[in-house]
Design a protein around this ligand. Structure first.
Ligand SMILES: Cc1cc2nc3c(=O)[nH]c(=O)nc-3n(C[C@H](O)[C@H](O)[C@H](O)COP(=O)(O)OP(=O)(O)OC[C@H]3O[C@@H](n4cnc5c(N)ncnc54)[C@H](O)[C@@H]3O)c2cc1C
Length: 507
């Protein structure tokens, strides 16, 4: 898009479609820059996949439960002249999580490096000696990765910037995360301990580009945090901050389409009519919404046919269980890794039925946070990675798979779980599609394969029309909260630059 200098005495207007983490971060940054911002959210609450729900008096995070690298969000609040810690309370979770390998051992991830070495030594003493080297490499990698995370990649020439070229050389993008970890750790279980984090992107460590070893590094370097009240509080805090900065957030207000004059966006249409805007920022799931919001004939690169062919991340099968009493021995985060972890992942990637002995992540937040219950009753969040919609008839599999997961958790140590369930909500890939408008239930958006990263991901300044910008997991740099917040910075900077507005943000 060509730059459209904004020459009016009235403030420039932004319509934001969706109040997920990306939409809220953009709303804060644009409102703090003096723009008139209206956020239109389809649901009755903010946060999207980073939101708290209640069921029968029990509280659950819907999606995100690990908050990594809080400095990015803290920096956004600071740029807006606000203190993040005035809006929410973060608690460090350490030990961070228990990795329960089926067949043993159980190891605890922690920022206490002496202990971490002892934990890894339970698997392999030689591997334990390379833990600190992993961190040293991670520091170098993050330094190299940061310019890549902060650039928009609107054009192929962005690859030629000297800092990007040297980063890409060092990031060895063609290697997988597992291969990269193989140069440090010889036991497959140790490699998994430092590479399963690619699941946060909905990807297999055996395929995910090696630059994403950064995810495990961020955990150990900067910690894993729990916002009191749940990760949904991050979104509530951002919404409160955006409102304080002057943004309006309209809940229960789905955007039906973007209104165009020629190829230029002029506003959005909702049930109340057309709201005029100088720019439209789309935070809603890219693949599900762009075909509805922008007519196919206006799109050159991202036609319906191309969107239909994009590679998608995996999905998740969820159980939100309100249980009688609590499991005081169950850690805040536990990841049960199946003996056949690799086979599980291949089944998911190859579109096969969900595995009979799946890996399962369980969050027991009442260990850290009384908002999630105690001895009278507590909330358990259960996540099983599964393929996105297509291979499985979830209408038929929903209940049998739920029973399988509950039984498996009982075998894995949650004794008597089935009998203690008082309330439950099941979410299958079909439900992600219908309840959260996520394309084919691919909960982590477009896959983060090399051919869908950087320039090859939908651009922050949407390349097909004028005046439309993207934020959230479907655009550059990708999914995961810190990355999405960074992406909102890229998008907001582009908008301000394109409108010729001077940023009023604190540097
Ligand atoms: C199960 C699960 C676990 C996850 N765990 C983690 C984790 O532990 N840590 C982490 O960092 N990340 C995690 N993520 C990934 C990611 O950080 C979150 O999903 C994040 O919420 C995505 O943010 P987003 O900005 O892309 O917007 P979304 O959260 O997708 O929000 C988009 C918003 O747009 C709204 N919308 C859609 N269509 C319209 C429309 N037409 N009009 C108006 N509004 C519309 C939606 O209702 C929604 O509120 C997880 C995701 C899932 C699903």
């Amino acid at each position: 898009m060509s730059s459209r200098r904004f020459a009016s005495s009235k403030p420039a207007r932004a319509a934001v479609v969706g109040a997920g983490p990306g939409g809220l971060a953009s709303a804060m940054l644009l409102a703090a820059s003096g723009m008139q911002v209206t956020v239109h959210e389809r649901l009755g609450a903010v946060g999207g996949r980073t939101r708290v729900i209640e069921n029968g008096g029990y509280r659950f995070d819907v999606g995100a439960t690990f908050f990594l690298y809080p400095d990015i969000l803290r920096g956004i609040f600071a740029q807006c002249g606000l203190e993040m810690d005035d809006f929410l309370t973060l608690k460090r979770v350490d030990p961070q999580y228990r990795l329960a390998f089926e067949g043993g051992p159980d190891i605890y991830a922690t920022q206490d490096l002496d202990r971490l070495e002892r934990e890894i030594a339970k698997i392999d003493a030689q591997d334990a000696r390379n833990v600190r080297l992993f961190l040293e490499r991670g520091r170098r990698k993050l330094k190299a990765f940061t310019p890549v995370l902060r650039k928009p990649f609107n054009s192929l020439s962005d690859y030629l910037a000297p800092d990007v070229l040297s980063s890409l050389r060092m990031l060895a993008p063609l290697r997988s995360v597992d291969t990269d970890m193989g140069s440090l750790f010889r036991d497959p279980r140790t490699r998994l301990a430092f590479s399963f984090q690619t699941k946060y992107l909905g990807m297999s460590p055996f395929r995910c580009p090696s630059l994403f070893t950064i995810l495990a590094f961020l955990e150990f370097e900067y910690g894993i945090w729990h916002p009191l009240g749940g990760c949904g509080q991050l979104s509530e805090a951002m919404a409160a901050a955006a409102r304080q900065l002057g943004a309006e957030i309209r809940l229960g207000d789905p955007v039906e389409e973007i209104v165009f004059e020629g190829r230029t966006a002029k506003g959005v249409r909702t049930a109340d009519g057309v709201s005029q805007a100088d720019v439209v920022v789309v935070n809603a799931d890219f693949a599900a919404n762009i075909p509805k919001l922008i007519p196919n004939h206006l799109r050159r690169r991202w036609s319906d046919a191309k969107i239909d062919k994009t590679k998608l991340s995996c999905s998740t099968f969820m159980l939100y269980l309100g249980i009688e009493g609590d499991y005081p021995e169950l850690d805040h985060h536990t990841i049960f890794l199946s003996k056949d972890y690799r086979g599980n992942i291949e089944a998911i990637e190859n579109g096969l039925r969900p595995p009979a002995e799946p890996s399962i992540y369980v969050q027991n937040p009442s260990r850290t946070d009384p908002a999630f219950g105690g001895r009278d009753g507590s909330s358990l969040y259960v996540l099983v990675p599964v393929g996105h919609c297509g291979a499985t008839d979830w209408a038929a599999e929903r209940q049998p798979f739920r029973d399988l997961v509950v039984q498996r958790l009982e075998q894995l140590g949650l004794t008597g779980l089935g009998a203690r369930i008082r309330t439950e909500k099941i979410v299958t890939p079909d439900d992600w599609t219908s309840e959260l408008a996520i394309h084919r239930g691919a909960t982590f958006n477009l896959s983060h394969s090399l051919d869908q990263l950087l320039y090859f991901r939908p651009h922050n300044r949407f390349e097909d029309v004028d005046g439309v910008y993207l934020v959230g997991g479907g655009t550059h740099p990708g999914s995961g909260l810190p990355v999405i917040y960074d992406g909102a910075r890229i998008t907001s900077d582009l908008i301000l630059r394109d409108l010729g507005l001077e940023s009023r943000l604190t540097a």
